[in-house]
Design a protein around this ligand. Structure first.
Ligand code: G6P
Length: 591
């Protein structure tokens, strides 16, 4: 994964590089580094750890002509200083930062070893740096060397490249990893996303796959194959990209509590009071499709599971697949399939891979993302945006609720049923009621600290809530958590229950109320502890929480909202880093 930043033009790069990397550390935080070139030569500062650690180590002034920076999520090679970027080529002619994974790094390494190259670390990036240097020695210039590099590399890369002899230039190349350029005044910039550039420019250029080129302080040159390509400027909604804590102690808590406002905004964005605001061709495509296939990963996959229920309600055949599975064995059924790709970031590599397959077949696909201009958003037939604002916390929260709410509005639009908007407004009130009771959720969380195994169960909609609640809990608290359908417990998991096991049972459906309570009883009988989260309709004394009433088809949202708080409070009491859980990254741009 990883995040990259770079700039060219005379100046102090301290704030640009370090603040920029801070805003990109959702892409990984195993190690970080910056390189600056000035009259004194090339200077690199690296740490194993986070950007905050790098800020402590880097000098207060980073004056130079060109600078690059990197925050890493380790793929090839453990997080060590040698493996941290920027990476210098063997003869010190090139310094590069890289986001992506090179699949054919072994064969390139072998070739380079034969050519007398030696390696200091284990990264695929060092192979790129050395291969570039090797190609440069057999080319008439850096651009030709980059062109040769592009022909040889398999996999994904967004590269920022400094050539030691040309400190007035910052070279770049891109394939399957995001890269955006910002045109400044007296300086030009690049980064993995627009956020690091917002204080410096409002003129952006998205770089497409296989494009390469260079920036100087006053010029931007972009090439594809042998030709220069024209620049297409785009703007970004600065409001939605703001990264501020606004007095909150963590982004996760802030983002959970933004959810009601986001759902209200979705209602106004997609319904103007008299009609829904989806494109006619999108609605036509959905109506005429006989099969709806959802593809996604992580939390977005759980939103897809709700989407499947909606589409089946509309009478369509529908399934949801985890993108990393579908990418290798595409399941396509029905006479007129339509794909819905759900992704908060719009950059998840496994889903991008699926989208390529879908587009190669020529099938219609609708993207539901929170990131306008992201790879998945750009390559989809129809784009739907959550407009939920930047989600910084690695554990996705507000995006889930926004995804489900947007799918619900979409169903309303297909059926021309306006009352979905009223239902969502009731939902907003319900979420605010839950927030008002968060101290009670905190008390439940404190009890969960006593257990080393957490089971989450539910049936129907509640099963989706159980799965997402379990994912949140394991992501940020590191307590071993498992989720499964209530009825499956007796088919295996029950063997694990002892006095250190707690069961969190979501029980909001009248139809399955008795069955879930029976499942809970079975756990209690085996000395496990039970925490039943029910709804007003089925509440009984002894249940730990009663979720306020909302229409059944959207009740996964309050249940998940509750569980986001629950995981948050458990993590808080454990004293772990809530926003940056170990080993994870927000945007998973590798397979
Ligand atoms: C990572 C994040 C999760 C997210 C998943 C899918 O694992 O940590 O929070 O749900 O990726 O990401 P996407 O951006 O495609 O929704």
């Amino acid at each position: 994964m990883c995040g990259i930043v770079g700039g060219v033009g005379k100046g102090n790069y301290h704030d640009f590089l370090l603040n920029g990397l801070s805003s990109l550390d959702y892409r990984g935080y195993d190690s970080a580094g910056v390189t600056i070139v000035n009259e004194g030569g090339i200077k690199t500062y690296k740490v194993v750890g986070t950007v905050e650690d790098l800020i402590k180590k880097a000098p207060e002034e980073l004056n130079g002509f060109v600078g690059i920076g990197h925050t890493r999520w380790a793929t090839h090679g453990t997080p060590t200083l040698n493996n941290a970027h920027p990476i210098v080529s063997m003869h010190k002619e090139f310094v590069i930062v890289h986001n992506g994974v090179i699949e054919n790094f072994l064969s390139l390494r072998t070739k380079l070893l034969e050519e007398g190259y030696a390696f200091k670390g284990e990264t695929d990036t060092e192979i790129i740096a050395n291969y570039l240097e090797y190609s440069y020695h057999h080319s008439d210039g850096v651009l030709t060397a980059i062109k040769k590099l592009i022909l040889r590399l398999r996999g994904s890369y967004a590269l920022a490249i400094i050539h030691a002899k040309e400190p007035d230039k910052l070279y770049f190349a891109k394939k399957n990893s995001p890269l955006i350029i910002g045109e400044g005044q007296g300086m030009n910039y690049l980064a993995s996303d627009a956020v690091p550039l917002l204080s410096y420019t409002d003129k952006f250029i998205d770089i497409d796959d296989l494009q390469y080129g260079f920036l100087t302080s006053s010029d931007i040159k972009i090439f594809y194959k042998n030709d220069e390509v024209p620049k297409h400027y785009i703007t970004k909604n600065v409001e939605l990209l703001k990264k501020e804590l606004n007095g909150y102690e963590s982004y996760m808590l802030k983002e959970i509590e933004e959810t009601p406002a986001i759902i209200s905004r979705l209602c106004t964005n997609y319904f103007d009071g008299t009609e829904f605001k989806f494109s006619k061709s999108l609605i036509r495509s959905l109506k005429s499709a006989d099969t709806i296939i959802f593809l996604s990963c992580g939390t977005s996959y759980h939103a897809s599971l709700e989407g499947v229920r909606y589409m089946r309600y509309l009478g369509k055949a529908s399934e949801a697949y985890v993108a990393s599975e579908w990418a290798y064995e595409p399941v396509i059924f029905g006479k007129k399939p339509l794909f819905i790709l759900i992704s908060q970031s719009g950059e998840t590599a496994d889903l991008i891979k699926c989208q390529k397959v879908i587009n190669d077949y020529g099938f219609i696909n609708i993207s539901v993302t929170n990131t306008p201009g992201s790879s998945i958003d750009r390559e989809s037939t129809h784009s739907l945006l959550l407009n939920a604002g930047l989600e910084v916390s690695v554990a996705s929260t507000k995006a889930f609720s926004a995804q489900v709410a947007l799918l619900a509005i979409l169903v309303g639009a297909i059926e021309n049923r306006f009352n979905v908007i009223d239902h969502l407004r009731t939902l907003v009130d319900a979420l605010e009621k839950i927030t008002a009771q968060k101290e009670n959720i905190d008390l439940i969380a404190q009890k969960l600290l006593n257990y080393n195994l957490l089971f989450f169960i539910g049936r129907g909609n509640d099963l989706i809530a159980a799965k997402e609640a379990c994912l949140k809990m394991k992501e940020i608290t590191y307590i071993h958590s498992e989720a499964f359908p209530g009825g499956e417990m007796k088919h295996g998991p029950i063997a694990l229950i002892d006095h250190k096991t707690a069961l969190i049972a979501f029980n909001c459906e009248s139809m399955t109320n008795a069955a879930i309570r029976n499942n809970a009883k079975e756990v209690e009988t085996r000395k496990g502890s039970i925490f039943i989260v029910s709804s007003e309709a089925v509440y009984r004394g002894g249940d730990v929480f009663s979720l306020p009433y909302v229409k059944p088809y959207i009740k996964v949202i309050p249940a998940v909202y509750f569980s986001q708080y629950l995981a948050y409070f458990v993590a808080k009491h454990k004293g772990v880093n809530i926003d940056k859980p170990r080993n994870l990254a927000k945007s998973v741009t590798v397979e």
